[in-house]
Design a protein around this ligand. Structure first.
Ligand code: E4P
Length: 220
């Protein structure tokens, strides 16, 4: 499973790209609003830092306008994928943009039926939202598992991006469900890196090393 960062924050992207684990980035209007910067500048900066796909959302709700937005968004970087909401107008836009060779990521997917429709319209990616389903007492990871199974059963090449992930368990359950990609907030990646036994183990190694240095240090 590939790991994408779910953010529009340049510092977070720069830091994680140095970890050597980053295969792409997903943004959305809320994440971009949090940065309070010109969207074009932000996306161009991300495109310089990340070689893999960068999802940027069209904010129109009419197919015609989404198509026009998509055509503009891909000018910001070769690797820009246009995020399109899972609505009938969105499907029309995906059909047209994908016919032009523009990669689309269908977002706000909450059922396997929606995922199948998005894939058949030509989406390169579909994003089932795990956390938001869990929030209403539904089974977010179950949705990822179902979408992966339907796509495998019918040889559908659309990639599944497990999205709206809230904690490391969501990430690893997405991996076990067979998701192609997980898009992960920075804070969740930080939690995945950390383990108290790693910290205490490292502290012990370093202090033992110090003791050894003191023991073998020649007396002056
Ligand atoms: C996915 O591409 C979305 O940007 C994101 O995962 C939404 O997550 P949220 O439910 O935490 O807002």
């Amino acid at each position: 499973m590939q790991l994408y960062l779910d953010t529009a924050n340049i510092d977070e992207i720069r830091e994680v790209s140095e970890w050597g684990i980053l295969s792409g980035v997903t943004t959305n209007p809320s994440l971009l609003a949090r940065e309070g910067r010109d969207v074009k500048d932000v996306i161009e900066e991300i495109a310089e830092l990340v070689a893999g796909p960068i999802s940027v959302e069209a904010i129109s709700t009419r197919a015609e306008d989404m198509v026009a937005e998509g055509r503009e968004l891909v000018k910001l970087g070769d690797n820009v994928a246009v995020k399109i909401p899972m609505i009938p107008e969105g499907l029309k836009a995906v059909a047209r943009l994908s016919a032009e060779g523009i990669a689309c990521n269908v977002t706000l997917v909450f059922s396997s039926g929606q995922a199948l429709l998005a894939a058949r319209a030509g989406a390169a990616f579909v994003s089932p939202f795990v956390g938001r389903l869990d929030d209403i007492g539904a089974d977010g990871i179950g949705l990822v598992r179902d979408v992966v199974e339907v796509f495998a059963y019918h040889d559908i090449e659309t990639s599944v991006i497990a999205a709206s992930l809230r904690h490391p368990r969501h990430v690893m359950e997405s991996a076990l469900a067979g998701s192609d990609i997980a898009t992960v907030p920075y804070g969740v990646l930080e939690s995945m890196v950390a383990h108290p036994l790693t910290d205490s183990g490292l502290e012990r190694f370093l202090s033992d090393w110090e003791s050894l240095q003191r023991a073998v240090k020649p007396e002056i």
